[in-house]
Design a protein. Sequence first.
Lengths: 227, 227
Amino acid sequence: MVASSAPDLTDPRYRAAIIDLLGAIGYGEISACERLTEDAGRAPQLADKVALLGLASAQFAKVAPILDQLAALGVEPYEAMEPFRAPIDQFHEYTAPSDWWESLVKAYVGDNLVRDFYREFAVYLDPTTQALITSTLAEDRSEFVVERVRAGIAADHTRAGRLALWGRRIMGEALTQTQRVAAERDALSDILAGDVLAALDLATIADVFGRITQNHIRRMAALGLEH
Amino acid sequence: MVASSAPDLTDPRYRAAIIDLLGAIGYGEISACERLTEDAGRAPQLADKVALLGLASAQFAKVAPILDQLAALGVEPYEAMEPFRAPIDQFHEYTAPSDWWESLVKAYVGDNLVRDFYREFAVYLDPTTQALITSTLAEDRSEFVVERVRAGIAADHTRAGRLALWGRRIMGEALTQTQRVAAERDALSDILAGDVLAALDLATIADVFGRITQNHIRRMAALGLEH
């Protein structure tokens, strides 16, 4: 099979992959908004609650452009999201925070993993999709978490070990569900096997995941946590 | 006591009343954002979930200007909200929806009660506060509920009686908690007794609540519900 070299939304296989990708991103954002708001309910202080609601609201603001673009691609946006509900809900079920500290770490680690993922893969996509995805990266509101978590660990050192394991679990679940989705959805596995996008061969993908993992480790260190 | 005639933020008693009012509005919006998101979790369809998350996000967007104005008035915004947490949380506790239909009716009735309340009272306030409060009224996103509830009743007529009682309970709890807050907070009871704002005498306040109640009854009818 000859791999097409330039990503082009008129190519039905590439288009199917992008519809899947946007469906997954869209439901991911809806779901993140709900979970972050749930997490905000655990905030000990009103200021922290509002900071987390701010993250949730920023996630929600990204949903409408995704819905619009899915409609522009000729699909019913919510139908395009449907295949990704189960794996994304499962990710959240398996990483349900049991207290405020776990909520904070999940918000920070999860938000940044998603941002890294978008940043790394967007460059391989067509200009329309690339612009849509990078527009969601403009604002980073999660930095307040670093100070909070460091203060929390300073106040109680036993939190460090537990939260380090927690961060590792979030990363692990994120990778597991991503791989599961990629394997189950033909449109996505085609793209990830370099069949649709020549530039995205397996070596490149391995590099990308390597960088995402390195960034994750750096962020855990910033929180004062070992990976 | 001579009632001052023009509302003026440099008057300490009026200023104290406005700080209370903005504190109550601010926490009300934070709380509404959380509850609407919780309600969104009961939506049977993704489109409905997103519509309710849209209401939640619109509530959250109103929080930052309130925080800014409280800070401009020289108080710690979250401290100003603190006295209103218990009554507002209690309102939500006593009106916790048990299913999607109750969530929808609460979103619609609650959102519009608050809008009516702001619209009616804003005209008596100083221009700065008035502009802040009316700016939160610009957008009405809750109209989608009317169609949903009418369709829900058409599909199952037994819902009508239950939801009519439910709407009455929300209205009743809202009035109860508002009166409780007004009675407990001296700064607010002063304003509501015409001591601080000459224009707001008891007869005027009775008229205002009369109009709010009439609007509520009209909206219940629009939903296909008797009051």
